[in-house]
Design a protein around this ligand. Structure first.
Ligand code: 7TS
Length: 405
């Protein structure tokens, strides 16, 4: 992997902050975007802009073709059986709200049970709670071990004849833990229970094969995988998507409408009401091109090396550091605190050194509560980060901690 060539593709990485080169380590929140993705967006606005699936005219057909090509690219990227199982949404959050509302609304009633885990992002908690207020089912929460791996014995023991659904992140956005979702899905299926995967933190960092996992649903966001903002994907198995009611009503999702009776469009359009972000969707193809050109396994190996190097240095050289999440096979996310130093002070002072990290609860307040903390500092890596940046980060943490002591 030629990192300096990869970096040239990202104009933003040339920025300087406070007289220093930008060290961007907030990739879990959003990754930066290579020029070919930006160019595809510009092309969408300057060459092919017309609404999709509506016109006989050339521009509309071109725009439609680009959108539907992206759907096929996504399907191949995650190894879905068909592009009709790929629903475009605004992001992981909307994808999970869709599943909660439509599938959850169909499966969960009074006295039923839904299994989540302690390490879920709010996007995989709150949509279920909104439904819970209407339906009165029970949430069961899988706890974790001290290293940040899930307690799988507890998970297995949670199934009973009222269990209707499981929803779990593939990778934690705080701990970096990569959950054994393939085994967890097999367990759920043995009980006849479908399984939803929040893949927001997995798709940019590891090979995801929805058939191999046997996932019933798999959600992720384009903007975390070098793609545009405002676009997400919900993969769903055809047999489920066909049974589920639409999530939103409007244009494009109907077959015919009358005031007496409305019938709905075929998959996947049944779940895509209104004009989608067709320009963003078409640019997602270019993000997939970018990942495939480097190779997802090469990206994963590079990020793991950055993780190993940075973790070793932090533990060795920063007295009083606590790293939250040390599960074997974790992905390249380091959440930490140093002594009694406040995460917010650390983040703000690192910023003054040109180093972008996230601080706070990371939209995972239940996880923070279970760790007995309010927030962490979080550094997270992507394909374009370098060992030199990892070193600048470690030096930055040492300098800031000395100041805050
Ligand atoms: N699920 C997980 C595991 C996430 O990490 C995030 C975003 C989402 C869902 C929601 O994705 P969205 O694209 O719909 O917003 N996580 C973060 C984060 O860790 N910092 O900022 C956003």
């Amino acid at each position: 992997m030629d990192i300096s060539r990869i970096r040239e593709e990202f104009p933003i990485l040339g920025r300087r902050l406070y007289g220093r080169p930008l060290v961007y380590l907030d990739n879990t929140a959003t990754s930066e975007t290579p020029r070919e993705v930006v160019d595809a967006v510009v092309n969408g606005y300057t060459v092919t802009k017309a609404n999709v699936h509506r016109g006989v005219h050339t521009l509309s057909q071109e725009a439609t073709l680009l959108q539907e090509e992206a759907r096929r690219r996504v399907a191949a990227f995650i190894n879905a059986s068909s592009h009709e199982e790929v629903v475009f949404t605004r992001g992981t959050t909307e994808a999970l709200n869709l599943v909660a509302s439509s599938l959850g609304g169909m499966l969960l009633g009074e006295g039923d049970e839904l299994i989540l885990t302690v390490m879920e992002h709010h996007a995989n908690i709150v949509p279920w709670q909104l439904l819970q207020a209407l339906k009165g089912f029970r949430l069961r929460v899988v706890p974790m071990h001290e290293d940040g791996s899930l307690d799988l014995d507890a998970y297995r023991s949670m199934f009973n004849d009222r269990t209707r659904l499981v929803s779990c992140c593939h990778a934690s956005n705080v701990l970096g833990t990569v959950n054994p979702v393939k085994e967890m899905i097999a367990e759920a299926h043995a009980h006849g229970v479908p399984f939803v995967v929040d893949g927001a933190q997995a798709v940019p960092h590891m090979k995801v094969d929805v058939i191999d996992l046997d996932a019933d649903f798999y959600a992720f966001s384009a903007h975390k995988m070098y793609g545009p903002t405002g676009v997400g994907v919900l993969y769903g198995k055809r047999e489920w998507l066909e049974k589920m009611p639409p999530y939103q009503g409007g244009g494009e999702m109907i077959e015919s409408v009358s005031f007496d009776k409305t019938t709905f469009a075929e998959l996947p359009f049944k779940f895509e009401a209104g004009t989608p972000d067709f320009i963003g969707i078409s640019a997602l193809s270019k993000a997939i091109d970018f990942i495939e050109r480097i190779g997802i396994d090469n990206i994963a190996a590079h990020e793991h090396e950055l993780l190993r190097h940075t973790t070793e240095r932090l533990l060795r050289e920063v007295p009083g550091i606590r790293i939250f999440g040390q599960a074997p096979g974790k992905c390249a996310i380091i959440s930490f605190l140093v002594g009694n130093e406040h995460h917010y002070d650390m983040g703000m002072l690192l910023d003054k050194l040109g180093i972008a990290v996230r601080t706070g609860h990371h939209c995972a307040q239940p996880l923070m509560r279970s760790l007995g903390i309010e927030g962490t500092v979080r550094a997270s890596f992507a394909a374009y980060n370098t060992i030199e940046e990892a070193d600048a980060f470690v030096e930055g943490v040492k300098r800031v901690s000395a100041m805050l002591e």
